[in-house]
Design a protein around this ligand. Structure first.
Ligand SMILES: Cc1ncc(COP(=O)(O)O)c(C=O)c1O
Length: 483
Protein backbone atom coordinates (compact mmCIF):
# COMPACT_ATOMS: atom_id res chain seq x y z
CA UNK A 1 0.00 0.00 0.00
CA UNK A 2 2.74 2.45 0.89
CA UNK A 3 4.28 1.76 -2.51
CA UNK A 4 1.10 2.90 -4.21
CA UNK A 5 0.87 6.05 -2.16
CA UNK A 6 4.57 6.76 -2.60
CA UNK A 7 4.08 6.65 -6.33
CA UNK A 8 1.17 9.07 -6.09
CA UNK A 9 3.32 11.38 -3.96
CA UNK A 10 5.97 11.28 -6.66
CA UNK A 11 3.41 12.02 -9.33
CA UNK A 12 2.01 14.90 -7.31
CA UNK A 13 5.50 16.37 -7.02
CA UNK A 14 5.29 17.25 -10.73
CA UNK A 15 2.05 19.21 -10.18
CA UNK A 16 1.95 22.95 -9.77
CA UNK A 17 1.74 23.75 -6.05
CA UNK A 18 -1.87 23.89 -4.86
CA UNK A 19 -1.03 25.78 -1.67
CA UNK A 20 1.07 28.76 -0.76
CA UNK A 21 -0.16 31.28 -3.31
CA UNK A 22 2.40 30.66 -6.06
CA UNK A 23 -0.30 29.64 -8.56
CA UNK A 24 -2.64 32.53 -9.33
CA UNK A 25 -5.32 30.48 -11.12
CA UNK A 26 -7.09 27.14 -10.66
CA UNK A 27 -6.62 26.92 -6.88
CA UNK A 28 -8.04 28.91 -3.98
CA UNK A 29 -5.99 28.68 -0.82
CA UNK A 30 -7.37 30.44 2.23
CA UNK A 31 -3.96 30.00 3.83
CA UNK A 32 -5.57 28.33 6.85
CA UNK A 33 -4.30 24.73 7.11
CA UNK A 34 -6.90 23.98 9.78
CA UNK A 35 -9.64 24.59 7.18
CA UNK A 36 -8.13 22.00 4.86
CA UNK A 37 -7.88 19.49 7.71
CA UNK A 38 -11.50 20.10 8.64
CA UNK A 39 -12.59 19.74 5.00
CA UNK A 40 -10.61 16.50 4.63
CA UNK A 41 -12.14 15.04 7.79
CA UNK A 42 -15.67 15.98 6.72
CA UNK A 43 -15.11 14.66 3.18
CA UNK A 44 -13.82 11.40 4.59
CA UNK A 45 -16.84 10.99 6.91
CA UNK A 46 -19.21 11.46 3.98
CA UNK A 47 -17.14 9.42 1.50
CA UNK A 48 -19.30 6.26 1.33
CA UNK A 49 -22.58 8.19 1.01
CA UNK A 50 -24.42 8.37 -2.30
CA UNK A 51 -25.84 11.88 -2.54
CA UNK A 52 -28.26 10.59 -5.20
CA UNK A 53 -30.91 9.94 -2.59
CA UNK A 54 -31.29 12.20 0.46
CA UNK A 55 -34.25 10.12 1.64
CA UNK A 56 -31.87 7.21 2.21
CA UNK A 57 -29.02 9.46 3.36
CA UNK A 58 -30.73 12.36 5.16
CA UNK A 59 -27.37 13.90 6.13
CA UNK A 60 -27.13 15.03 2.50
CA UNK A 61 -30.36 17.02 2.73
CA UNK A 62 -29.35 18.65 6.01
CA UNK A 63 -25.93 19.70 4.72
CA UNK A 64 -27.38 20.92 1.44
CA UNK A 65 -30.09 22.92 3.20
CA UNK A 66 -27.55 24.58 5.47
CA UNK A 67 -25.11 25.41 2.68
CA UNK A 68 -27.90 26.83 0.51
CA UNK A 69 -29.20 28.82 3.49
CA UNK A 70 -25.78 30.36 4.07
CA UNK A 71 -25.27 31.33 0.44
CA UNK A 72 -28.84 32.62 0.14
CA UNK A 73 -28.32 34.94 3.12
CA UNK A 74 -24.98 36.13 1.72
CA UNK A 75 -26.65 36.91 -1.62
CA UNK A 76 -29.60 38.66 0.02
CA UNK A 77 -32.14 36.11 -1.16
CA UNK A 78 -35.44 35.98 0.65
CA UNK A 79 -37.47 32.87 1.43
CA UNK A 80 -38.62 32.60 -2.18
CA UNK A 81 -35.02 31.89 -3.23
CA UNK A 82 -34.32 28.14 -3.40
CA UNK A 83 -31.74 26.04 -5.19
CA UNK A 84 -29.38 23.10 -5.39
CA UNK A 85 -25.81 22.17 -4.72
CA UNK A 86 -24.09 21.12 -7.96
CA UNK A 87 -20.72 19.65 -8.86
CA UNK A 88 -19.11 22.92 -9.98
CA UNK A 89 -19.44 26.15 -11.88
CA UNK A 90 -19.95 24.54 -15.25
CA UNK A 91 -22.80 22.40 -13.96
CA UNK A 92 -24.45 25.39 -12.28
CA UNK A 93 -24.23 27.41 -15.52
CA UNK A 94 -25.51 24.48 -17.62
CA UNK A 95 -28.48 24.03 -15.31
CA UNK A 96 -29.31 27.75 -15.28
CA UNK A 97 -29.52 27.60 -19.09
CA UNK A 98 -31.41 24.31 -19.28
CA UNK A 99 -33.96 25.60 -16.78
CA UNK A 100 -34.51 28.86 -18.64
CA UNK A 101 -34.80 27.00 -21.96
CA UNK A 102 -37.39 24.58 -20.61
CA UNK A 103 -39.47 27.40 -19.14
CA UNK A 104 -39.17 29.45 -22.35
CA UNK A 105 -40.33 26.46 -24.37
CA UNK A 106 -43.25 25.88 -22.00
CA UNK A 107 -44.22 29.56 -22.18
CA UNK A 108 -43.73 30.01 -25.93
CA UNK A 109 -44.88 26.63 -27.23
CA UNK A 110 -41.70 26.67 -29.30
CA UNK A 111 -41.75 23.05 -30.39
CA UNK A 112 -44.96 23.75 -32.29
CA UNK A 113 -43.67 26.95 -33.90
CA UNK A 114 -40.12 25.65 -34.48
CA UNK A 115 -38.58 28.73 -32.86
CA UNK A 116 -35.19 28.29 -31.28
CA UNK A 117 -34.51 30.26 -28.09
CA UNK A 118 -31.47 32.53 -27.77
CA UNK A 119 -28.91 32.75 -25.01
CA UNK A 120 -27.72 36.35 -24.73
CA UNK A 121 -24.23 36.75 -23.26
CA UNK A 122 -21.47 39.35 -23.19
CA UNK A 123 -18.28 38.12 -24.91
CA UNK A 124 -16.61 37.76 -21.52
CA UNK A 125 -19.25 35.34 -20.14
CA UNK A 126 -17.64 32.06 -19.16
CA UNK A 127 -17.19 29.46 -21.90
CA UNK A 128 -19.56 27.20 -19.93
CA UNK A 129 -22.39 29.16 -21.57
CA UNK A 130 -21.12 28.22 -25.04
CA UNK A 131 -21.17 24.62 -23.88
CA UNK A 132 -24.73 25.09 -22.56
CA UNK A 133 -25.94 26.59 -25.83
CA UNK A 134 -24.49 23.64 -27.76
CA UNK A 135 -25.77 20.98 -25.40
CA UNK A 136 -29.24 22.40 -24.98
CA UNK A 137 -29.72 23.72 -28.52
CA UNK A 138 -29.98 27.44 -27.98
CA UNK A 139 -28.63 30.02 -30.35
CA UNK A 140 -25.72 31.80 -28.71
CA UNK A 141 -25.98 35.55 -29.14
CA UNK A 142 -22.68 37.08 -28.05
CA UNK A 143 -22.49 40.80 -27.35
CA UNK A 144 -19.06 42.31 -28.11
CA UNK A 145 -17.29 44.10 -25.27
CA UNK A 146 -15.20 47.24 -25.35
CA UNK A 147 -11.44 46.70 -25.70
CA UNK A 148 -11.14 47.24 -21.92
CA UNK A 149 -13.23 44.10 -21.38
CA UNK A 150 -16.38 45.87 -20.15
CA UNK A 151 -19.75 45.38 -21.82
CA UNK A 152 -22.16 48.28 -22.25
CA UNK A 153 -25.63 47.62 -20.82
CA UNK A 154 -27.27 49.26 -23.82
CA UNK A 155 -25.51 46.85 -26.20
CA UNK A 156 -26.98 43.90 -24.31
CA UNK A 157 -30.40 45.50 -23.95
CA UNK A 158 -30.57 46.37 -27.66
CA UNK A 159 -30.63 42.64 -28.46
CA UNK A 160 -33.44 41.68 -26.11
CA UNK A 161 -36.59 40.31 -27.67
CA UNK A 162 -39.13 37.55 -27.18
CA UNK A 163 -36.75 34.85 -28.48
CA UNK A 164 -34.25 35.35 -25.67
CA UNK A 165 -34.66 32.60 -23.06
CA UNK A 166 -31.90 33.86 -20.78
CA UNK A 167 -29.53 36.78 -20.50
CA UNK A 168 -26.31 36.23 -18.55
CA UNK A 169 -24.23 38.75 -16.64
CA UNK A 170 -21.13 38.01 -14.58
CA UNK A 171 -20.02 39.02 -11.10
CA UNK A 172 -17.26 39.37 -12.09
CA UNK A 173 -16.30 38.08 -15.55
CA UNK A 174 -13.30 35.78 -15.34
CA UNK A 175 -11.27 37.10 -18.31
CA UNK A 176 -11.43 40.78 -17.31
CA UNK A 177 -12.43 40.87 -13.64
CA UNK A 178 -15.15 43.38 -14.63
CA UNK A 179 -18.49 43.45 -12.87
CA UNK A 180 -21.11 43.52 -15.62
CA UNK A 181 -23.83 46.23 -15.56
CA UNK A 182 -26.17 43.92 -13.69
CA UNK A 183 -28.78 46.39 -12.45
CA UNK A 184 -29.48 47.89 -15.88
CA UNK A 185 -29.48 44.56 -17.72
CA UNK A 186 -31.68 42.82 -15.14
CA UNK A 187 -34.22 45.66 -15.13
CA UNK A 188 -34.47 45.61 -18.92
CA UNK A 189 -34.70 41.82 -18.91
CA UNK A 190 -37.60 41.96 -16.51
CA UNK A 191 -39.36 44.56 -18.65
CA UNK A 192 -39.01 42.18 -21.64
CA UNK A 193 -40.11 39.13 -19.61
CA UNK A 194 -36.64 37.56 -19.98
CA UNK A 195 -34.89 35.60 -17.22
CA UNK A 196 -31.56 36.99 -16.03
CA UNK A 197 -28.79 34.81 -14.61
CA UNK A 198 -25.90 36.30 -12.63
CA UNK A 199 -22.88 34.07 -13.02
CA UNK A 200 -21.12 34.65 -9.72
CA UNK A 201 -19.30 31.33 -9.89
CA UNK A 202 -16.08 33.27 -9.44
CA UNK A 203 -17.06 36.16 -7.16
CA UNK A 204 -20.13 34.84 -5.36
CA UNK A 205 -18.33 34.15 -2.09
CA UNK A 206 -16.15 37.24 -2.14
CA UNK A 207 -18.31 40.11 -3.39
CA UNK A 208 -20.81 39.88 -0.47
CA UNK A 209 -17.94 41.07 1.75
CA UNK A 210 -16.35 43.44 -0.80
CA UNK A 211 -17.81 46.37 1.03
CA UNK A 212 -18.25 48.95 -1.74
CA UNK A 213 -19.26 46.69 -4.64
CA UNK A 214 -22.47 47.87 -6.31
CA UNK A 215 -25.49 45.64 -5.66
CA UNK A 216 -25.33 42.64 -7.99
CA UNK A 217 -27.27 39.87 -6.20
CA UNK A 218 -30.89 39.07 -5.32
CA UNK A 219 -31.34 42.66 -4.14
CA UNK A 220 -31.40 43.55 -7.82
CA UNK A 221 -34.85 43.42 -9.37
CA UNK A 222 -35.00 41.18 -12.39
CA UNK A 223 -32.22 38.78 -11.32
CA UNK A 224 -33.83 35.35 -11.51
CA UNK A 225 -30.91 33.01 -10.75
CA UNK A 226 -27.33 33.14 -9.42
CA UNK A 227 -24.50 30.61 -9.49
CA UNK A 228 -21.73 30.73 -6.86
CA UNK A 229 -18.90 28.22 -6.54
CA UNK A 230 -17.93 26.81 -3.19
CA UNK A 231 -14.89 25.17 -4.72
CA UNK A 232 -13.49 28.60 -5.55
CA UNK A 233 -13.81 31.24 -2.84
CA UNK A 234 -15.72 28.84 -0.60
CA UNK A 235 -12.24 27.22 -0.23
CA UNK A 236 -13.70 23.71 -0.59
CA UNK A 237 -12.05 20.91 -2.59
CA UNK A 238 -13.23 20.67 -6.19
CA UNK A 239 -16.73 19.42 -6.90
CA UNK A 240 -19.13 21.88 -5.30
CA UNK A 241 -21.12 24.92 -6.37
CA UNK A 242 -24.55 26.41 -5.73
CA UNK A 243 -27.31 27.42 -8.13
CA UNK A 244 -30.06 29.54 -6.59
CA UNK A 245 -33.35 30.47 -8.28
CA UNK A 246 -35.89 33.12 -7.46
CA UNK A 247 -39.06 31.09 -7.03
CA UNK A 248 -39.86 27.42 -6.57
CA UNK A 249 -41.39 27.05 -10.02
CA UNK A 250 -38.14 28.00 -11.68
CA UNK A 251 -36.09 25.75 -9.41
CA UNK A 252 -38.32 22.75 -10.05
CA UNK A 253 -37.88 23.21 -13.81
CA UNK A 254 -34.23 22.34 -13.23
CA UNK A 255 -35.12 18.80 -12.11
CA UNK A 256 -35.28 15.63 -14.16
CA UNK A 257 -37.79 13.09 -12.85
CA UNK A 258 -39.07 9.89 -14.39
CA UNK A 259 -41.13 6.91 -13.33
CA UNK A 260 -41.13 5.62 -16.92
CA UNK A 261 -38.75 2.71 -16.63
CA UNK A 262 -38.83 -0.52 -14.65
CA UNK A 263 -36.20 0.59 -12.13
CA UNK A 264 -36.32 2.91 -9.12
CA UNK A 265 -38.08 6.24 -9.67
CA UNK A 266 -35.40 8.71 -10.72
CA UNK A 267 -35.44 12.29 -9.43
CA UNK A 268 -32.26 14.25 -10.20
CA UNK A 269 -32.03 17.93 -9.30
CA UNK A 270 -28.70 18.16 -11.13
CA UNK A 271 -27.02 16.58 -14.16
CA UNK A 272 -25.39 13.69 -12.34
CA UNK A 273 -27.07 10.59 -10.96
CA UNK A 274 -25.03 8.90 -8.25
CA UNK A 275 -22.64 11.40 -6.78
CA UNK A 276 -20.19 11.81 -3.99
CA UNK A 277 -21.32 13.60 -0.83
CA UNK A 278 -17.70 14.45 0.01
CA UNK A 279 -17.41 17.86 -1.68
CA UNK A 280 -20.72 18.91 -0.14
CA UNK A 281 -19.61 17.75 3.31
CA UNK A 282 -16.27 19.52 2.97
CA UNK A 283 -17.87 22.79 1.95
CA UNK A 284 -20.58 22.47 4.61
CA UNK A 285 -17.89 22.11 7.26
CA UNK A 286 -15.94 25.11 5.93
CA UNK A 287 -19.05 27.28 5.81
CA UNK A 288 -19.88 26.33 9.42
CA UNK A 289 -16.36 27.09 10.54
CA UNK A 290 -15.92 30.38 8.71
CA UNK A 291 -19.37 31.88 9.00
CA UNK A 292 -19.99 35.43 7.93
CA UNK A 293 -17.06 36.87 9.87
CA UNK A 294 -14.57 34.31 8.53
CA UNK A 295 -15.51 35.10 4.93
CA UNK A 296 -15.31 38.83 5.71
CA UNK A 297 -11.77 38.43 7.07
CA UNK A 298 -10.57 36.37 4.12
CA UNK A 299 -12.10 38.85 1.70
CA UNK A 300 -10.39 41.75 3.47
CA UNK A 301 -7.13 39.92 2.94
CA UNK A 302 -7.85 39.45 -0.80
CA UNK A 303 -8.64 43.12 -1.01
CA UNK A 304 -5.27 44.08 0.45
CA UNK A 305 -3.64 41.76 -2.08
CA UNK A 306 -5.57 43.41 -4.93
CA UNK A 307 -4.63 46.90 -3.78
CA UNK A 308 -0.96 45.93 -3.39
CA UNK A 309 -0.71 44.34 -6.81
CA UNK A 310 -2.56 47.15 -8.55
CA UNK A 311 -0.30 49.75 -7.04
CA UNK A 312 2.76 47.71 -8.02
CA UNK A 313 1.52 47.38 -11.61
CA UNK A 314 0.87 51.14 -11.69
CA UNK A 315 4.62 51.63 -11.20
CA UNK A 316 5.71 49.15 -13.89
CA UNK A 317 6.35 50.86 -17.24
CA UNK A 318 4.69 49.12 -20.17
CA UNK A 319 2.23 47.04 -18.15
CA UNK A 320 -1.30 47.97 -17.06
CA UNK A 321 -4.36 46.40 -15.47
CA UNK A 322 -7.15 45.83 -18.00
CA UNK A 323 -10.23 48.01 -17.42
CA UNK A 324 -11.59 48.50 -13.93
CA UNK A 325 -11.92 45.15 -12.18
CA UNK A 326 -14.13 44.72 -9.10
CA UNK A 327 -13.22 41.76 -6.90
CA UNK A 328 -10.60 39.03 -6.85
CA UNK A 329 -9.54 38.81 -10.54
CA UNK A 330 -7.16 41.03 -12.48
CA UNK A 331 -6.03 40.88 -16.08
CA UNK A 332 -2.70 42.42 -17.08
CA UNK A 333 -2.07 43.75 -20.59
CA UNK A 334 0.74 45.54 -22.40
CA UNK A 335 0.26 49.29 -22.05
CA UNK A 336 -1.19 50.24 -25.45
CA UNK A 337 -0.05 53.85 -24.99
CA UNK A 338 3.61 52.90 -24.43
CA UNK A 339 6.19 52.71 -27.22
CA UNK A 340 6.79 49.10 -28.36
CA UNK A 341 10.28 49.21 -26.86
CA UNK A 342 8.74 49.80 -23.45
CA UNK A 343 5.81 47.39 -23.62
CA UNK A 344 5.59 44.30 -21.44
CA UNK A 345 3.89 41.48 -23.30
CA UNK A 346 1.69 39.69 -20.74
CA UNK A 347 2.43 36.23 -22.13
CA UNK A 348 6.20 36.80 -22.07
CA UNK A 349 5.65 38.08 -18.53
CA UNK A 350 3.68 34.95 -17.56
CA UNK A 351 6.43 32.69 -18.95
CA UNK A 352 9.12 34.66 -17.15
CA UNK A 353 7.17 34.50 -13.89
CA UNK A 354 6.79 30.74 -14.34
CA UNK A 355 10.58 30.47 -14.58
CA UNK A 356 10.71 32.25 -11.24
CA UNK A 357 8.16 29.90 -9.67
CA UNK A 358 4.98 32.01 -10.02
CA UNK A 359 2.07 31.09 -12.29
CA UNK A 360 -0.33 33.53 -13.82
CA UNK A 361 -2.64 32.48 -16.63
CA UNK A 362 -2.23 33.21 -20.34
CA UNK A 363 -5.38 34.47 -22.08
CA UNK A 364 -5.07 34.77 -25.88
CA UNK A 365 -6.10 37.95 -27.67
CA UNK A 366 -9.55 37.61 -29.12
CA UNK A 367 -11.22 39.10 -32.18
CA UNK A 368 -14.93 39.61 -31.52
CA UNK A 369 -17.80 39.19 -33.95
CA UNK A 370 -17.81 42.91 -34.78
CA UNK A 371 -14.08 42.82 -35.58
CA UNK A 372 -12.92 44.58 -32.41
CA UNK A 373 -10.02 42.97 -30.60
CA UNK A 374 -9.72 42.18 -26.92
CA UNK A 375 -6.00 42.29 -26.16
CA UNK A 376 -4.00 39.26 -25.06
CA UNK A 377 -3.74 39.30 -21.29
CA UNK A 378 -2.60 37.43 -18.22
CA UNK A 379 -5.17 36.54 -15.59
CA UNK A 380 -4.50 36.64 -11.85
CA UNK A 381 -6.80 34.93 -9.34
CA UNK A 382 -6.07 36.62 -6.02
CA UNK A 383 -6.36 34.55 -2.86
CA UNK A 384 -5.94 35.25 0.86
CA UNK A 385 -2.77 33.19 1.17
CA UNK A 386 -1.01 35.51 -1.27
CA UNK A 387 -1.02 38.26 1.34
CA UNK A 388 1.84 36.49 3.10
CA UNK A 389 3.84 36.24 -0.11
CA UNK A 390 2.87 39.64 -1.43
CA UNK A 391 6.32 41.20 -1.12
CA UNK A 392 7.87 38.27 -3.00
CA UNK A 393 5.26 38.37 -5.71
CA UNK A 394 5.55 42.12 -6.20
CA UNK A 395 9.34 41.82 -6.54
CA UNK A 396 8.99 38.93 -8.98
CA UNK A 397 6.51 40.94 -11.04
CA UNK A 398 8.86 43.90 -11.31
CA UNK A 399 11.88 41.72 -12.14
CA UNK A 400 9.99 39.62 -14.69
CA UNK A 401 8.64 42.78 -16.36
CA UNK A 402 12.16 44.21 -16.51
CA UNK A 403 13.39 40.97 -18.06
CA UNK A 404 10.87 40.95 -20.91
CA UNK A 405 10.20 44.67 -21.49
CA UNK A 406 10.50 45.54 -25.15
CA UNK A 407 10.56 41.91 -26.29
CA UNK A 408 8.04 41.56 -29.10
CA UNK A 409 5.14 39.18 -28.46
CA UNK A 410 5.51 35.62 -29.77
CA UNK A 411 4.48 35.46 -33.41
CA UNK A 412 2.26 32.62 -34.53
CA UNK A 413 1.81 33.83 -38.10
CA UNK A 414 4.41 31.62 -39.82
CA UNK A 415 3.12 28.46 -38.17
CA UNK A 416 -0.49 29.40 -38.82
CA UNK A 417 0.37 29.98 -42.47
CA UNK A 418 1.97 26.52 -42.61
CA UNK A 419 -1.20 25.00 -41.13
CA UNK A 420 -3.32 26.82 -43.69
CA UNK A 421 -0.99 25.76 -46.51
CA UNK A 422 -1.77 22.16 -45.57
CA UNK A 423 -5.41 22.94 -46.32
CA UNK A 424 -6.70 23.26 -42.77
CA UNK A 425 -9.15 26.02 -41.91
CA UNK A 426 -12.55 26.71 -40.45
CA UNK A 427 -14.13 24.16 -42.80
CA UNK A 428 -11.46 21.47 -42.69
CA UNK A 429 -10.07 20.62 -39.30
CA UNK A 430 -7.24 18.14 -38.70
CA UNK A 431 -8.11 14.69 -37.34
CA UNK A 432 -6.19 13.17 -34.41
CA UNK A 433 -3.07 12.08 -36.34
CA UNK A 434 -2.72 15.32 -38.32
CA UNK A 435 -3.39 17.44 -35.24
CA UNK A 436 -0.65 15.61 -33.38
CA UNK A 437 1.79 16.14 -36.26
CA UNK A 438 0.97 19.85 -36.27
CA UNK A 439 1.47 20.10 -32.52
CA UNK A 440 4.88 18.47 -32.87
CA UNK A 441 5.73 20.87 -35.67
CA UNK A 442 4.77 23.73 -33.37
CA UNK A 443 6.92 22.29 -30.58
CA UNK A 444 3.81 22.12 -28.42
CA UNK A 445 3.37 18.37 -28.07
CA UNK A 446 5.15 18.17 -24.74
CA UNK A 447 2.93 19.34 -21.91
CA UNK A 448 4.67 19.93 -18.61
CA UNK A 449 3.23 22.23 -16.02
CA UNK A 450 6.01 24.83 -16.30
CA UNK A 451 6.81 25.14 -20.00
CA UNK A 452 6.56 28.50 -21.79
CA UNK A 453 3.20 29.04 -23.43
CA UNK A 454 3.58 32.34 -25.29
CA UNK A 455 4.25 30.52 -28.59
CA UNK A 456 1.26 28.20 -28.31
CA UNK A 457 -1.01 31.10 -27.35
CA UNK A 458 0.22 33.13 -30.33
CA UNK A 459 -0.66 30.19 -32.57
CA UNK A 460 -4.11 29.98 -30.98
CA UNK A 461 -4.61 33.67 -31.73
CA UNK A 462 -3.72 33.20 -35.41
CA UNK A 463 -5.52 29.96 -36.26
CA UNK A 464 -9.20 29.72 -37.16
CA UNK A 465 -10.95 28.70 -33.91
CA UNK A 466 -12.03 25.22 -35.12
CA UNK A 467 -8.41 24.34 -35.99
CA UNK A 468 -7.05 25.69 -32.69
CA UNK A 469 -9.76 23.75 -30.86
CA UNK A 470 -8.85 20.53 -32.67
CA UNK A 471 -5.18 20.97 -31.77
CA UNK A 472 -5.87 21.67 -28.12
CA UNK A 473 -8.30 18.75 -27.94
CA UNK A 474 -5.56 16.51 -29.28
CA UNK A 475 -3.02 17.90 -26.83
CA UNK A 476 -5.25 17.09 -23.88
CA UNK A 477 -6.57 13.78 -25.16
CA UNK A 478 -3.05 12.40 -25.76
CA UNK A 479 -2.10 13.16 -22.16
CA UNK A 480 -4.39 10.48 -20.79
CA UNK A 481 -4.12 7.88 -23.52
CA UNK A 482 -2.89 4.60 -22.05
CA UNK A 483 0.73 4.01 -23.05
C1 LIG B 1 -17.39 33.26 -13.93
C2 LIG B 1 -17.20 31.78 -14.04
N1 LIG B 1 -18.23 30.99 -14.41
C3 LIG B 1 -18.11 29.67 -14.53
C4 LIG B 1 -16.91 29.03 -14.30
C5 LIG B 1 -16.79 27.54 -14.50
O1 LIG B 1 -16.51 26.95 -13.27
P1 LIG B 1 -15.91 25.48 -13.14
O2 LIG B 1 -14.49 25.54 -13.63
O3 LIG B 1 -16.02 25.23 -11.66
O4 LIG B 1 -16.74 24.54 -13.92
C6 LIG B 1 -15.81 29.81 -13.93
C7 LIG B 1 -14.49 29.21 -13.71
O5 LIG B 1 -13.49 29.86 -13.54
C8 LIG B 1 -15.95 31.22 -13.79
O6 LIG B 1 -14.92 32.01 -13.45
Amino acid sequence: MTGILDRLRNLRAADAPTHGGRVLAYVYDAGVPELDELADAAASLARPVNALDPTVFPSVAVMEREVLGFVRRALHGRRDVVGSVTSGGTESCLLAVKTARDLWRAEHGSTASGRRPRLLVPATAHAAFQKAARLFDLELDTVPCRPDGAVAAEDVIARMDGDVALVVVSAPAYPSGALDPIRAVAAAAQAHGIRCHVDACFGGLVLPWWTDAPAWDFRVTGVTSISADLHKYGYAPKGVSVLLHRGRRQHRAQFFATTRWPGYPVVNPTLLGSKSASPLAASWAIVQRLGDSGFAELTASIRRVATGIRSEVDGIPGLVVLGDPVGPALALIADPTAMPALRVDPHRLADELARRGWRIQHQPGFVQADGTRLPRSAHLTLTPVLERELGGFRRALVQAADAVRGRPPADGRALAAAVRALGYGARRVPGPAAAWRLLRLAGAARATSDRPLAGLMALVEELPAPVAEALLTELLARLSEPR
